[in-house]
Write a protein that binds this ligand. Structure first.
Ligand code: FAD
Length: 479
């Protein structure tokens, strides 16, 4: 049994950010367990061509670690991944990682957590989850897929050994990853067919490289980077957020931007109709691309909107009987939604998380759940955003958790637990607010679990940070 004060699971932006905040607070007795062979989370896994962030890097990065060397406004995956590695090294985290440690269960008993991986058993006072919301790949099981004679793989597990040049390629899916990879794959493919189930609203994303002068300015005058970051922050919270919460002017503005984007690039009326969603903007994740629509205009790229019936040995057959031949099938089909702890058996004081969350995942501030003392969650239930950088939420959570741990250390007690009434009251308020937002104006999306919105936060990030900063300790019991 390996003993530490704190065990963190996950080495993406959450796990790294948490580790840094702990070290800054003088807490060094912790390990970060990671199932993969290196750190990085989302940015380790998603190496598909065209992978990049959707929130400008000046904002999609730690506030305490600005990077004047970003090469693009929206950075490419490789540079984000490198940034994570550099930051982890700079803050002395490397000695805390334990790789190839897939956590399978965690059990609370006698005021401590016992955490089991395939290799070891760890025991800790505090158990911090940083497992992310988008890490379990979703691959639909189409009839006949096993008999397909070509290559097939998921976008988040890109097979870099396969040369796509002059191949017939089918991409299943037309959402966030698909719109990034399709323009790149189209550059190589002989024929590319996109199988779209639902069209998505898409904002323009005029990505460009920073000039050397801009990088120099940002290195020389960090205040300028700070101002730029703050401006981006205010735009996201001040324009995109109001649009998601029903503000008419903000909604008009976003609608204007997305429809102009579509009209500008797509002239064919039939294609335009196929690409026009029939749901309220923002109800599903808003996409960002400057190149996707253009790529569909190419003669060797086609859009197939008929549902897939099955996969044949040589291609894909849709329900209308049309067969599209393919040498390679790429599943841009996203991730298992609401993955919160589904792959880890977490046993709390009286019951498992699975039992506690029978009607959908929920937590107080997205961090604490009654019956699970000293379990702290990052990017947990109802902390996802449709409008701003997740890293803002992650940093606020890391600071909050450190504060709770320090507060506890100042008493002669060992456990902290949110009260049942605080958690219930908080979640009732949350669900009422979410039901008035655009996220609820659709039957199904990855934000929902059986009709309940379990992923998204209903407020601005400003509000979330304020609530964490003003948190009332009477919502907790310590023992
Ligand atoms: C392609 C893509 C682009 C995105 N772009 C943006 C963007 O522009 N802006 C934005 O705000 N958000 C974006 N996101 C969301 C993104 O997931 C978050 O911004 C952020 O990376 C989440 O970090 P995390 O550390 O919480 O989770 P992750 O990065 O998912 O890391 C979780 C880690 O936990 C590990 N883990 C999971 N289960 C176990 C286990 N049982 N045992 C051990 N280890 C485990 C995983 O291997 C992984 O390393 C994007 C997501 C994707 C997929």
């Amino acid at each position: 049994m390996i003993k530490h004060k704190i065990v963190i699971i996950g080495s993406g932006f959450s796990g790294i950010g948490m580790g840094i905040k702990l070290k800054k607070a003088g807490i060094h007795d912790f390990v970060i367990l990671e199932k993969a062979t290196e750190l990085g989370g989302t940015w380790r896994e998603n190496s598909y061509p065209g992978a990049e962030c959707d929130i400008p890097s000046a904002l999609y990065s730690y506030s305490f670690e600005p990077n004047p060397n970003w090469e693009h406004v929206w950075s490419k995956r490789d540079q984000i991944f490198q940034y994570q590695k550099d930051v982890a090294r700079k803050y002395g985290l490397l000695e805390h990682f334990r790789f190839n440690e897939r956590v399978s269960s965690a059990e609370y008993a006698q005021q401590q957590w016992t955490i089991t991986t395939g290799q070891h058993t760890y025991c800790a006072q505090h158990f911090i989850s940083a497992i992310g919301q988008l890490h379990e790949r979703a691959t639909p099981s189409f009839k006949g897929a096993d008999n397909f004679i070509g290559e097939q793989f998921h976008a988040a597990k890109w097979n870099h050994d396969i040369d796509l040049a002059d191949k017939n390629i089918a991409v299943i899916g037309a959402a966030a990853s698909a719109v990034q990879l399709i323009p790149e794959v189209a550059k190589q493919a002989k024929q590319l067919t996109v199988f779209q189930r639902t069209p998505n609203w898409m904002m323009p994303k005029p990505n460009r490289a920073y000039s050397l002068f801009e990088q120099w300015l940002s290195r020389k005058f960090p205040i300028l980077s700070r101002l730029y970051r703050n401006t981006l922050y205010l735009l996201a919270d001040g324009v995109l957020y109001p649009a998601l919460s029903g503000n008419r002017l903000a909604m008009w503005f976003v609608r204007f931007r997305v429809t102009r984007n579509l009209n500008k690039h797509i002239k064919d009326p039939e294609l335009k109709a196929q690409l026009t969603p029939n749901y309220t903007i923002g109800a599903k994740r808003l996409l960002f691309s400057h190149t996707y629509y253009e790529s569909l205009n190419q003669s060797h790229v086609g859009l197939q909107t008929q549902p897939i019936s099955h996969i044949t040995p040589n291609g894909i057959q849709t329900v209308d009987g049309v067969i599209t031949s393919a040498d390679v099938i790429i599943y841009a089909t996203g991730f298992i939604t609401n993955p919160f702890f589904k792959s880890i058996n977490v046993q709390g004081r009286d019951q498992s998380l699975e039992q506690a969350w029978l009607s959908g995942a929920q937590a107080f501030l997205g961090i604490h759940t009654h019956g699970f003392p000293n379990l702290h969650m990052m990017y947990g239930p109802n902390t996802n955003l449709g409008h701003n950088s997740i890293i803002i939420m992650i940093e606020a959570q890391a600071e909050y958790i450190v504060q709770q741990i320090k507060n506890l250390d100042h008493t002669n007690k060992t456990t902290i637990e949110v009260t049942q009434s605080a958690e219930q009251h908080y979640n009732q308020e949350l669900q009422i607010r979410l039901n008035n937002m655009v996220f609820s104006q659709i039957e199904k999306s990855w934000y929902m679990d059986n009709g309940k919105i379990t992923n998204n936060w209903p407020g601005s990030t400003w509000e979330y940070r304020r609530r964490l900063a003003q948190q009332n300790q009477s919502d907790y019991q310590i023992s």
